[in-house]
Ligand binder design. Structure first.
Ligand code: 13P
Length: 259
């Protein structure tokens, strides 16, 4: 069984000093479990200093974005090459990148490729807007985003990708899809992976859920069949709550192991 993956996306919160204090607090509160991988994604500036502070046996580090060219005249950007050795994971195509910054599918697929080329793991985010959901387009939207995001990725490389299903309408709103809705999307994603890369890749790829995850709903969300982890926003900024999420993830893993 693959390790459960719990990712904290700190978004544009916490300057370098506060990020360091949060890591300190998390390192005291979060228990290390063999079957759970915990990834912290601070802002890019804090990433460098946290990489010197972090105990990598306890936490992995992730970036929230990167640019796909290795270097060049791209003012304001940080490349995957520059993140190499500092981050283990890079989130690509987060809904805020897609919708606030109008990131194009073409860039997203180049970014996934750049992350893997530079030896890191990509977390490719997909998810429908409220409008697409009410129009009954969820399956089509996530399938298109998946196919497009993986367009440059070979069957060997896909082992370095995890998919995060984050419905746009569930992010920061307190609304969460039903377990049946999440399961339906998980099936769509695995089916498409199977078409593209075969059955084994479809079974092995890690699919995460994200959007208003908290300590109260973690058990239910992680109990959805086929959900291998969580992408946590707001609740990952509170050390006690994030630690509680990890403990519940551990309890779910133990229950799964005893089945
Ligand atoms: P919230 O958990 O704050 O809803 O954010 C989810 C998210 O976007 C994580 O990437």
């Amino acid at each position: 069984m693959a390790k459960k993956l719990i990712v904290g996306n700190w978004k544009m919160y916490n300057n370098t000093q506060k990020a360091s204090l949060l890591l300190h607090s998390l390192s005291e509160k979060v228990e290390t479990h063999r079957d759970i991988e915990v990834v912290l994604c601070p802002n890019t500036l804090a990433l460098q200093s946290l990489s010197l502070q972090v105990n990598r046996r306890q936490f992995k580090l992730g970036a929230q974005n990167c640019y796909w060219r290795d270097e060049g005249a791209f003012t304001g950007e940080v490349s995957a090459t520059m993140l190499r050795g500092i981050a283990d994971y890079v989130i690509v195509g987060h809904s805020e990148r897609r919708h606030v910054f109008r990131e194009a599918e073409r860039d997203i697929r180049q970014k996934v490729q750049a992350v893997i080329r530079n030896g890191m793991q990509a977390i490719l985010c997909v998810g429908e807007t409220a409008r697409e959901r009410s129009d009954g387009e969820t399956a089509e939207v996530v399938r298109d985003q998946l196919v497009s995001g993986l367009a440059n990725i070979t069957s060997e490389e896909v082992a370095s990708v995890s998919i995060a299903y984050e419905p746009v309408w569930a992010i920061g709103t307190g609304s969460v899809p039903t377990p049946a809705d999440i399961r339906a999307v998980e099936k769509v994603l695995r089916k498409e992976i199977s078409v593209l890369y075969g059955k084994k890749a479809a079974e092995e790829i890690r699919i995460l859920y994200g959007g208003s995850v908290n300590a109260e709903n973690t058990t239910e969300l992680l109990s959805v069949k086929g959900v291998d982890g969580l992408l946590v926003g707001g609740a990952s900024l509170k050390a006690d709550e994030f630690a509680a999420i990890i403990e519940q993830a551990f309890a779910v893993t133990k229950k799964d192991a005893n089945k």
